[in-house]
Structures are given as C-alpha cells and as structure tokens.
Design a protein around this ligand. Structure first.
Ligand SMILES: Nc1ncnc2c1ncn2[C@@H]1O[C@H](COP(=O)(O)OP(=O)(O)OP(=O)(O)O)[C@@H](O)[C@H]1O
Length: 372
C-alpha cells in the first residue's frame, strides 16, 4: 500500500504565518466520470507541498500519477475538490537578502487564473506561429502599462537571458525546437510572474539538446531567482534542475526531499526503482559488503573484478550505453541482481563472476521493504 500523506511536508493551517513561497495544502482534484457507471477519477489526493521562495520543486512521477493535474490546479485551470493553495510574498526588507521571511499571504485558490501572477510553460511551447519572437514574448506585457519602447526593452532583456540575442524579429517557424522553447521560457518570464509552472518543458527535444537546455534552464531560473514548479517523469531532469523533488505515485506525494537525500535514502522499493535502482535485495540477503537490511542497488554497485568479494553466476547479459549489464544470481542471496561487467564482451549464461561492491551505488531501504 502506498502512503497517503506527504512525509516531511508540514501542512500549513489557514491564518498561520507562512514562509515566503508557494504552499499547497491538502489539495484534492477529481475529474468527473467519463460516462454513467464510471467512478470519478481522483487524480490528486490530499497532496501537500511547499516551494520556498526562489527555489525549484520538481514533481517527479510516472505517467498518470497526477503531476500535470496538480500543476494545472495551481494555475487555476482545474478546480479543487478540497484543499487550499497559498502564496506568501517575501517580506520587503528581506526579499533581497534571503527571501525566506514571510510577507503578506494570498490564497491563490480563491483567485481567477489571470490574477494568480503565474507564468506557464508547456512541452510544446504553445507559441503563436503568426507572430514574431518579439510578438510572442511581448504578448503578456500589453497589460503591464509599459509603452512600446518599454515592451521592446523588456523583450531584448529576456532574449539575452535565454541566450537568443538579436532574434526579436525572427518568425517562430524559422526557429529550431530548442530555440522555440527558449522563446516560450522568455514569454513565461516576461511579466515577472511570482511563480513559474513548467510542465515537461523539454520533453519534445532530443536527448543531447535536452541536456544542454537543462543546464541553461537551471542557470536562468537561479539568476532570475524564480520560484518554480517543474513537472517531469524523468528523474535525471528532476535531479538536475530542482532544489527539492516531490516523488508522486497514484495521486499522492510519496517522498519529498533534496535530490541527494532522495537518491541516497529512497523511501521505499517503489521510489528506489523509479529513480533508477535496478535491483532490490530483502533483509537477510547475506551478501558480504552490503548493509544487512533490505538494499537497493544500481548496476554500478556490483562490478566484475577478480579482486572482488562477492561471487555469482550470469543468467543473461546485455550491452548498455555505459557498460555490459549482466543479470547475476549471487551466491547465497535471494533473487537475481543487475551487475555491470567492465569488459565489452558479453559473458555467456553460466559464467562465474567475481564482483566488487561499490557502496556509492547502494541505498539502504527502510526495514519493512521486501517483507510480505
Ligand atoms: N480531463 C480529464 N478527465 C478525466 N480524467 C483525467 C483528465 N485528465 C487527466 N485525467 C486522469 O487523471 C490522472 C492523472 O493525470 P495527469 O495528466 O495529471 O497525470 P500525469 O502524471 O501528468 O501524466 P503524464 O506524465 O502522462 O502527463 C490520470 O489517471 C488521467 O487519466
């Protein structure tokens, strides 16, 4: 059974002093039944989370877990069945310093979409194809009270920020996918929103471009001191971009923490496997060199090495981009594990391997894991 609460995430009560930033408080979102006889879908179930001012929280989870629904609810695009969403301004005096002290609080969930002060960026950019780059970025500024020259100055400033200087007059159709996403980011940042909501903004790009843009995006968000909610199903993206990560499963947040803390201490076997651990051994596994209780292992936790202390028998082997990966039955352990061979040759089934333990690929799991 998955837990229904959000460990480590305090639930702010109404009227309390809150730290500056976003507070999602016990939010539930339901979709009506698609046809008679169907049950309504509870896409987000009593979720609480906080995004401190000036930080990025990644909502990480598999397809259908409810992360886009939660983001849309914060934007005001889905009504709440229960719960509240608050925004607390940093206190003016300390805003330039740390941004952690709370100023005035507004209940975002009582405001219409256009009054929430939110910038949105989606996977496909949703740019206006018939407008220029400047026309797209300046679109949301028309109501800001700036004159034409002021709008153009802000557009040029943002083009510098997103690494597209001098491209104001280009047509959208003449830009690459990565450039279009930079324009979409500039458009979302243009009105200086209090909160940025990014829904898989890099998902449509190829892997090489995605990793380049990811680094740029992280730098831009830090430089702009943006407070942002970043939705992704990709653990590499979440860990690279976010100050903290909330792992979602079936409408619930099942673990929240700094990327490193989630990486080294996944809350349970499901989280461990979702973030890239490939094997789990239960308590009593008896493998020398590993902690006694249940453990999660990355392939790099066990590498073929004649000087190693663990032995096993190869069941199958496959090449991977980093190394040959072998499924190995370890002597005395219950269940096969994925290990990595350091040579490029595929070891045949039945090969006896000696393996070395690399503790940086090992995470101890809570005691109940793997029992029953
Ligand atoms: N408009 C809708 N009507 C009914 N059910 C919906 C609607 N939108 C989403 N759902 C359901 O709500 C659940 C959560 O969907 P959501 O899109 O939030 O998930 P997600 O984690 O963002 O997935 P993905 O990564 O695939 O976008 C799913 O079961 C989905 O089928």
């Amino acid at each position: 059974m998955r837990r229904k609460d959000s460990p480590g995430v305090p639930s702010p009560g109404a009227g309390r002093d809150r730290p500056a930033g976003l507070a999602i408080d016990e939010v539930t979102v339901r979709y009506p039944r698609a046809k008679r006889g169907d049950a309504p879908v509870t896409a987000v179930d009593r979720v609480s989370a906080q995004v401190p001012w000036g930080t990025v929280l990644a909502l990480l989870g598999p397809s259908g877990c409810g992360k886009s629904t939660l983001l849309r609810a914060v934007a005001g695009l889905e009504p709440l069945a229960a719960g509240h969403i608050y925004w607390t301004e940093p206190a003016a005096a300390s805003a330039g310093a740390t941004g952690t002290a709370g100023g005035g609080t507004v209940e975002l969930s009582r405001l219409p979409v256009h009054k929430r002060g939110i910038g949105l960026m989606f996977q496909d950019g949703m740019l206006f194809p018939h407008r220029t780059v400047a026309g797209n970025i300046g679109y949301g500024l028309a109501r800001s009270g700036r004159d034409r020259a002021g709008i153009r100055r802000r557009v040029d400033e943002l083009l510098d920020v997103v690494g597209l200087p001098g491209m104001a007059d280009r047509r959208i159709g003449s830009l690459s996918g990565g450039q279009q996403q930079r324009v979409a980011l500039a458009r979302a940042l243009a009105p200086s929103p209090r909160l940025l909501l990014l829904d898989e903004p890099l998902a449509a790009l190829d892997a090489a471009l995605r990793s380049r843009l990811l680094v740029d995006l992280r730098e831009i968000l830090q430089r702009e001191r943006a407070t942002a909610l970043f939705v992704t199903h990709d653990q590499g993206e979440a860990f690279a971009i976010a100050d903290s990560v909330a792992v979602m499963c079936s409408g619930h947040i099942v673990q929240t923490g700094a990327p490193q803390a989630i990486w080294t201490h996944p809350a349970d076997e499901w989280v461990a496997r979702f973030i890239g651990y490939t094997s789990v051994l239960p308590a009593g596994h008896g493998v020398a060199g590993l902690p006694d209780g249940p453990v999660a292992l990355r392939p790099a936790a066990l590498s073929a090495d004649p000087a190693g202390t663990v032995t096993g028998t190869v069941l199958s082997a496959r090449p991977s981009p980093d190394a040959v990966r072998a499924t190995v039955e370890l002597a005395g352990s219950s269940g096969p594990v994925t290990a990595q061979a350091l040579s490029r040759d595929l070891p045949p089934r039945g090969t006896h391997l000696t393996l070395r333990v690399d503790s940086s690929g090992v995470a101890a799991l809570p005691p109940a894991t793997g029992e029953g």
